[in-house]
Each structure stands twice: as C-alpha cells, then as structure tokens.
Write a protein that binds this ligand. Structure first.
Ligand code: GLU
Length: 288
C-alpha cells in the first residue's frame, strides 16, 4: 500500500508552534515517500472546542504552504461510524457501562481494572462506557523513538471510549478514522506516544490495521514546559508565515533556505534535503 499520512488537529485554539511542527513533520514524511497527506479536524469534544478555531486552523495551513490531498474530514460528521464501531465492541462484549466517579477511582490510583466497578449501576443517569484491556504488554516500534511497550492494565486500565455526555473519545474516533482514511503512517507529537498502545488495542478489537507510528519530539516553551493550545502559547502568525515555518524546519533538524520568498518554496527546499532518518537530530530545544 502506498504511503498515506495525516495531520489531525483539535479545534481547541489557534495553530501554535507545536502543532505547526506536527503538520510540517507529517507533510515532509508524506511528500518524501511520494505519498498523500490528509487533514482531519478532530472536532468531537464540544466542551473543549474554541469557537472559530477549526476554521482558523484550516485557513492557516495553506498560508504555510500545507495543502491537503483531498477534502478535510470533520469528525463531527462521522458520528454514525463511531456508533457502528461502538456497537461492534458492545456486541463482542468488550465494553461495559460504568458509573464510577473520578473521586471513587482516586482511591485506586485513578485506574479502573478488570471491568470491576466501584459504583453500582444507576439507571437514572447515563453511564460512561469503558473497554476492557488485556493483562499483557502492547509493544510497537516507533520509527523515531524506537521500541515501546506498555501494560494497559497496569498503566492505563479499562479506558473510556464513550463519555457520560455521549461524546466518543479521541482514542475511538482516531482509530476508526485512521483506518477509514487508509492512513498508513501516523506522524504526530510525542505527547501522544502513550495513547498509541490504547489505539493498537482498539485496532485489534475492531479488526482494523495498525499503521506505522512516528512520534516527533515535543516543542517546549521558553520555560521548558510542553506547549498547550489552551495556554495560547506561541501561536503562529499565518499572515507572516515564514519566520515560524523556518523555526519549525530548524526544530526538525533542517537548515531553512534563507532565500526562499514564500512558504511553498521554503517547504520544497526543505523537502529536497529531508530524510526521515535524520529526524533523530530534531532538537529538543525551545521553539520560542
Ligand atoms: N487531535 C490531536 C491533537 O490535536 C492529535 C491526534 C493525532 O494526531 O492522533 O492533539
């Protein structure tokens, strides 16, 4: 199968230096492989959504020279597919309703284990739905971070795939859509490295293929903290895209072409020198 990558932002704020690195990194890997690069808007968490940010992110990407191959998928229009995946898991008896509160779980390190609920069923209010996890390590080889393994039972526990409010979790929606879009390579920030075993487990339960994974180092702020869109940290300016695009390329270990006069020329020059094997030279320096 030919290479198909993607960039999957959440509309929780404007594009920032960290998400630009994920966008550029995934774009470079896809283009280097002669593959496709897709964009998916992960807008299935209304309480966390910042009004207008989905449109702002989508308008910003072409300003940075990042043009998707094909229409942008909005997860808010894919609920029927998540319903179907949820039903598949329910029929296979892999998920269970759970009324446990955060404070009840705090007494067991916040980890829900072995399908064992601390709270009793309460038909008067809707439950969250959790998926049971195996008592074994999930292992995979990250193309940049190397061999990884995680015991879902010990470190994560039975995890929520549908919240009390009825919203599907990022883990479920991401897995369903990566498969539906035929994504073969997931390139994203290493803040999501520890989500990957959960996603591999869901792929296994749903009979979906597992793509290859490459997790880029995290961009830190000037204090050495992880950037977070909610802090509105280091937003990038689509009106003046070259400085932040150059910083993103430098972060990825490339030497930006100082003579490039527009983002597409800058990206093309970067692509000519790009080799994913050199991503290990990614600086873990600040992008500020
Ligand atoms: N939507 C997620 C985020 O913005 C990224 C999802 C992914 O790349 O798998 O953090």
């Amino acid at each position: 199968m030919s290479y198909r990558g993607r960039f999957a932002p959440s509309p929780t704020g404007l594009l920032h230096a960290g998400s630009l690195v994920a966008a550029v990194g995934s774009w470079l890997c896809a283009r280097h492989a002669g593959g496709q690069w897709l964009v998916r808007m992960e807008d299935i968490d209304p309480p966390r959504e910042v009004a207008g940010s989905a449109a702002a992110i989508l308008a910003a990407l072409p300003r940075f020279g990042l043009m998707a191959d094909g229409p942008v998928i909005q997860q808010s229009s894919r609920i029927a597919a998540y319903d179907a995946a949820f039903e598949q898991l329910r029929r296979a008896d892999l998920v269970f309703p759970c009324w446990c509160s955060r404070s009840e779980l705090a007494g067991v390190s916040g980890i829900h284990r072995d399908g064992h609920c601390l709270a009793s069923a309460d038909p008067s209010r809707p439950p969250a739905w959790r998926i049971r996890v195996p008592d074994e390590e999930i292992a995979f080889v990250d193309a940049l971070q190397g061999p990884q393994k995680q015991s879902l039972r010990e470190e994560v526990g039975d995890f929520v795939i549908r919240r009390v409010e009825g919203f599907y979790s990022y883990q479920l929606a991401c897995v369903v859509d990566d498969a539906w879009q035929g994504v073969t390579e997931v390139v994203r920030g290493s803040d999501l490295l520890d989500s990957t075993p959960r996603q591999i487990w869901l792929q296994h339960c749903l009979g979906l293929p597992t793509p290859r994974y490459l997790h880029l180092p995290l961009v830190l702020d000037s204090q050495g903290r992880k950037l977070s869109k909610s802090e509105r940290a280091l937003e990038v300016d689509p009106i003046d895209p070259l400085p932040s695009l150059r910083r993103a390329l430098s972060f990825l270990g490339l030497t930006p072409d100082e003579n490039a006069s527009d983002p597409s020329a800058l990206l093309d020059a970067a692509l000519a020198q790009f080799d994913p094997r050199h991503l290990t030279q990614c600086s873990d320096h600040r992008a500020a």
